[in-house]
Design a protein around this ligand. Structure first.
Ligand code: DGL
Length: 268
């Protein structure tokens, strides 16, 4: 059983890719929406939330945990790995490398939370992979709140999104990294706004979720001896192309209405 958590429903964008990649798996998704957003919280606070959620997911029988949150990955994954060595953790990667590979303008725009952009992992990745391209960053101010309340399109969403996308477009970015798992839900609005701001430019959005899902499948496909004991399937693990037997349990620390709504729309 695989656990997956985020500060809210953003991690569903990662769960969606995991379901495509490994539909035969059972999943428990935890939305920590009573403590959302994580973006401006201290690393200590986020690590403590990570501990509480990890214990809860372990009690549910999870033997692998995907931290489907860039902010929590930056703040807490190293601490969680040290404190729970029996659990493999998969975290989010800042997708600078694929963005640098596709940009034609030579300018990559990164949208993420303040916590992610201030983290060491982000800076190391940018220094390693952004050679030869200019990287400009913006906090997606108000994006998480939009997604949590289910406002994914329309004038209000466009107004909020425009504020953060405009500086990136003005700097010449043609490739925008979605550095927070909530942001893929706003991808159509981000693209619409970017095109309105610069009609002649072709924009590409980069979502790291498919790469994270591939890493998850890789871990799950390791030979039985290298897998966590509880994940060994008596009849062998089902390959990804097997028919879906969806088992997803949704949990949240706050009101779960928007989580359930968004999840239902993902599967529609
Ligand atoms: N979905 C999150 C991320 O990927 C957290 C956003 C927040 O709670 O501020 O960073």
């Amino acid at each position: 059983m695989t656990g997956i958590f985020d500060s809210g429903c953003g991690g569903l964008s990662v769960l969606k890719e995991m379901l495509k990649a490994l539909p035969g798996e059972s999943y428990v998704y935890f939305s920590d929406n009573a403590h959302c957003p994580y973006g401006e919280k201290t690393p200590e606070y986020i690590l403590e939330r990570g501990r509480v959620i990890t214990r809860l997911l372990m009690d549910k029988g999870c033997d692998l945990i995907v931290v489907a949150c860039n902010t929590a990955t930056a703040a807490a994954i190293a601490g969680l790995r040290a404190e729970f060595p029996q659990i493999p953790f998969v975290g989010m990667e800042p997708a600078i490398k694929p963005a640098a590979a596709v940009t034609k303008s030579g300018v990559v725009g990164v949208l993420a939370t303040a916590g992610t952009l201030g983290g060491e992992k982000y800076h190391t990745t940018r220094d390693r992979y952004a050679e030869g391209v200019k990287v400009v960053e913006q906090v997606g101010k108000g994006f998480v709140e939009l997604v949590e309340k289910g406002c994914l399109e329309g004038p209000e969403a466009e107004k909020v999104v425009r504020e953060s996308v405009r500086p990136l477009v003005e700097e010449g970015a043609d490739t925008l990294v979605l550095g927070c798992t909530h942001y893929p839900f706003l991808a159509p609005v981000i693209l619409k706004v970017a095109k309105e701001l610069c009609p002649g430019r072709a924009f590409t959005l980069i979502d790291p979720a498919p790469a994270v899902a591939r890493r998850f499948v890789q871990l799950r496909s390791q030979p039985a001896g290298q897998q966590p004991i509880a994940s060994r399937h008596p009849a062998g693990r089902q390959p990804a192309h097997q028919p879906a037997s969806l088992q997803v349990e949704l949990l949240s620390s706050g009101d779960d209405a928007s989580l359930r709504r968004l999840y239902a729309s993902l599967l529609a």
